[in-house]
Structure formats: structure tokens, C-alpha cells
Design a protein around this ligand. Structure first.
Ligand code: FRU
Length: 473
């Protein structure tokens, strides 16, 4: 069978990749990376039967992205991880060109995983308005590890007829005794919007509403999510084709959210759009609710179709996910802060105090917490990543080979009070003012070197331990 053949090929590829980990300067310590191959969107995030589950878009046989499968990690605590077998293979007629993004619904009788079956029909098609099938698939697993069943439950003919073939990335949740699904869509007129479907039984779905804006917000909205945090409904999505304005839209594609006022099933209004992350590498985030009620988001720390690169493919892998971030709603905005669990990785603490300038040799994995007391601030990492704050604007610029093509991004922050920064082997995530703004980027330093601060303030630098990741049985 095709699936068994692929399984063997994956196993061989994974053994080769595993042999390279120990000598790989860029293999991440506390971010999920694919053991072999390419990774993109997080999928099916949930807590089910005592474990967190992170599924993800995965091309296990090709670090430059080949056909797409679902990879899978589990963890009891978001710190100790285990790589699980490939969960979905693109081997059915209705998902043969990729088991694309989707989400999880954790139920008493099993874990329900809704995803997109991508099909490219043979022929001379544009694959946007013609020639492509975007189906909704449903895989159900009792043990959370191996699918027990898999079926196609929606096809393009089940969607409203103003749409192109691009309708994907189901996010499903339960509410008011019913089930809801939101799908990302591109209309025939190239307007990005979302579709809301409803169901009584998790299997049969009917269309109930559109979520869209009057102003132009691009031609396609990918990877939608709708959730309530601190009493506020939020619509999150990754719009493609948005016009840039001010500090919004500096990347190839955007990713952000609107507050939603009213009812997503009927009358509603969307508030102002904000980007979820203002750095180079963050896209297709998905949220889930932890057992203690926290709303946690994980994004893909990458950017589709970007000019910059990730020089890890010679070690047979590429791309990673962001650290999990806890969301809260305050002052009409989402704030994202690193989950508390990450504090368990802190090892040695070094106090940092700066009155003019300070510099120190940094550990390879580290966290910097710094309270800014000045009008101006400059932080430089390994002489290649520069964060500078001047007159209500923070600029992140990368230079030299470690940038791998990344240049400059900025964000308007009227009053910079605090910075919290997580540095892994090949990434930096910077949280400003308790998560009011975030910037994420990959970077590729051959050797960790130093951190320099010019400005005024104080804080601490922690050496971090890597997470425990079990790659093999
Ligand atoms: C976003 C995306 C999704 C799609 C998936 C395919 O990065 O394009 O819309 O389902 O990636 O891998």
C-alpha cells in the first residue's frame, strides 16, 4: 500500500536527520521543529486525555516542501515532548495533493480532527477558479495517536457559489449545544472572507454566515480562528494580498485579528485589525483552550513565499513553531505573553543593569527581561540582530550572513517600558510591554556571542535549558 511505502521512506529519512542533530548549530532547543523535512502551520492544537497535542503541516521527505502530511507531537506539560508517528498521509482520492490545515475537537468519544483535503485535478487549470478541490476531511482517533476512521464530509459544491476553489483550514468548536466551523475563503471576485458552518452531530454541516469587512483586506483569508477571551470575541486570520499601510503589512502576507462585536452567526461588526506579530517570521497561528481555561496561541515561525531563507536544509529540516503564548484582551487589543511553563527552563540568572552601555557573553539559549527607563534603547545580539527604540518606534534589523536575507521591520510603540526576549539556537521572539506587541524572527548565528545594551534600565538574563524532546520510541 502507498501508505506503508511512505511510512518506510519516512523512517529512513528520519534516521538520517536524527544522526545530524548533535552537530547542527541551528537545531532549536525549546521550539518544535520537524525531525526531518519541512514544517508549516500548527494544526489540531488541543488537550485530550491527559496530553497536549500539536499536529502540524509536514513534508517529512523534503525540507524544501513536498507533498503535505500531518506531523504530530504530544506533551503532558508543554515542556516534555514526544514525537508521534505521522498522523495523516495524503493518500485518499480527496486529499491526494496534501492533507492541509485544520483543527481538533476533543470529545468524550474521541478526538475529532477536521482538515483540508487538497486535490489538483489533471488538466490545464489555473487552480484558483478551476481545477482544484478543497474538501473538508474528518479523522477520528480514540487514543489520540492513530486515526480509527477518515472520511470526506464537505466538498466545494457544499460551499456558497460566489467562491473560488480556495476554501480551507477548518477550525471547529462547540458552543450552545451545537458545533461551529469557520473556513477561510477567496471569492470569485478575489475578496478574502470567512464562512461559518453549523452542525448538530459533528458530521453534517450547513452554512450560516459570512465574516467579512467592507474595506479591502486582501484576496484570501487563510487559517481562521474564532474564540472568546476575557469576554471578547476575536476573529483571527492570515490575510493574503493586503495593501501595506504604516507598520501593518510589512511581510508578504499578514496575520492578525479583529475584535468581533455582536454574534458571528448573525449581525456583527468587526473592530480594528491588528497584526498578531510584527517580525519576519510568524504566520497561520491557531489557538486552543488549556484545561485551566487559558487561551493559548501557537504560530508557524515562518512566512510563505518570503525572499529570505532558512539555511538548515543541509541538515534535512526547515522551519519551526513559535513558543506557546497566552492571550488576554485589554484596551481593545490582544496581548500575547510566553506561557508560564517556560519558566521551568530557566537555569542561571544574571542580573543586568545598564546606565549607558553594558555587554556580556550570552548563553546559546537564553531569555532577557529588561525594564527600559530611557528615551532611547539599543540592544544588539551577536552583532547581527539590532533592536532600537527611538521616538515611539521600535525597529528590528538583521545584518550579515546570520540574517539569511532578512532586513528590517518596525512597530509603533508610543512608550517602551519592558522587553522580554527568548533566544533559541536560530530564533528570537521579542515581547514588548507585557505582550502588547511581539516580533519574531529566525536568525542563523554560527556561534552565540554577546548581547550589548545601550540605554538605561535593568533586568536579568537567564540561561535556558532545552526542552526535553523524545524523537524516537
Ligand atoms: C497556510 C496554508 C494553509 C494551508 C496550508 C498548506 O500556511 O497555506 O492555508 O492549509 O498552508 O500547507
Amino acid at each position: 500500500m502507498e501508505k506503508e511505502r511512505l511510512e518506510k521512506e519516512i523512517q529512513l529519512m528520519e534516521e538520517k536527520a536524527l544522526a545530524k542533530i548533535a552537530h547542527d548549530p541551528f537545531r532549536q532547543g525549546f521550539h518544535l521543529t520537524p525531525l526531518s523535512g519541512w514544517m508549516n502551520d500548527p494544526n489540531g492544537l488541543c488537550f485530550y486525555k491527559g496530553n497536549y497535542h500539536v499536529f502540524h503541516q509536514h513534508s517529512p521527505l523534503d525540507p524544501n516542501r513536498g507533498n503535505i502530511f500531518w506531523g504530530h507531537f504530544t506533551s503532558p506539560d508543554l515542556i516534555h515532548w514526544k514525537k508521534q508517528p505521522t498522523f495523516l498521509y495524503p493518500v485518499d482520492s480527496w486529499d491526494k495533493d496534501g492533507v492541509y490545515s485544520g483543527s481538533a475537537l476533543a470529545c468524550e468519544d474521541g478526538l475529532y480532527l477536521y482538515y483540508t483535503g487538497n486535490v489538483k485535478h489533471d488538466g490545464d487549470y489555473d487552480y484558483v477558479y478551476e481545477g482544484r478541490g478543497h474538501n473538508v476531511g474528518l479523522a477520528v482517533t480514540k487514543d489520540g495517536i492513530m486515526p480509527d476512521s477518515n472520511a470526506c464530509i464537505l466538498e466545494n459544491c457544499d460551499y456558497p457559489n460566489d467562491l473560488s476553489c480556495h476554501v480551507r483550514d477548518p477550525k471547529v468548536w462547540q458552543m450552545d449545544g451545537k458545533y461551529y466551523m469557520v473556513l477561510g475563503a477567496r471569492t470569485r471576485q478575489d475578496e478574502g472572507k470567512l464562512l461559518i458552518f453549523e452542525s448538530d452531530d459533528r458530521l453534517h454541516w450547513w452554512f450560516v454566515n459570512d465574516i467579512r469587512t467592507e474595506q479591502s483586506m486582501g484576496y484570501m483569508w487563510e487559517c481562521p480562528d474564532i474564540f472568546c477571551v476575557d469576554g471578547q470575541w476575536i476573529v483571527m486570520t492570515s490575510p493574503q494580498g493586503m495593501e501595506p499601510h504604516d507598520d501593518i503589512g510589512q511581510n508578504v502576507y499578514s496575520c492578525g485579528y479583529f475584535p468581533l462585536y455582536g454574534d458571528f452567526r448573525g449581525d456583527y461588526e468587526l473592530g480594528a485589525y491588528h497584526e498578531a506579530d510584527m517580525g519576519f517570521d510568524y504566520y497561520a497561528p491557531q489557538t486552543f483552550e488549556a484545561p485551566d481555561g487559558r487561551r493559548i496561541v501557537i504560530g508557524w515561525m515562518g512566512m510563505p513565499d518570503a525572499e529570505y531563507i532558512n539555511p538548515t536544509t543541509e541538515n534535512l529540516w526547515q522551519q519551526c513553531l513559535s513558543i506557546p503564548r497566552q492571550l488576554r484582551f485589554q484596551d481593545e487589543k490582544l496581548f500575547a505573553t510566553p506561557i508560564d511553563e517556560l519558566k521551568a527552563l530557566r537555569k542561571d540568572e544574571m542580573p543586568v543593569s545598564c546606565d549607558g552601555a553594558v555587554e556580556w557573553n550570552r548563553p546559546k539559549l537564553c531569555e532577557l527581561v529588561f525594564e527600559n527607563h530611557g528615551e532611547m534603547l539599543d540592544i544588539t545580539i551577536d552583532a547581527c540582530v539590532h533592536i532600537s527604540y527611538r521616538a515611539g518606534k521600535v525597529t528590528l534589523s538583521l545584518s550579515g550572513p546570520a540574517a539569511a536575507g532578512r532586513t528590517e521591520r518596525f512597530v509603533n510603540i508610543p512608550n517602551l517600558e519592558k522587553i522580554q526576549m527568548f533566544i533559541d539556537a536560530s530564533s528570537i521572539e521579542v515581547f514588548y510591554n507585557e505582550g502588547a506587541y511581539v516580533m519574531s524572527t529566525r536568525f542563523y548565528p554560527e556561534q552565540p556571542s554577546n548581547i550589548e545594551i545601550r540605554g538605561n534600565g535593568c533586568g536579568a538574563c537567564y540561561e535556558l535549558m532545552p526542552m526535553d524532546i523524545q524523537w524516537k520510541e
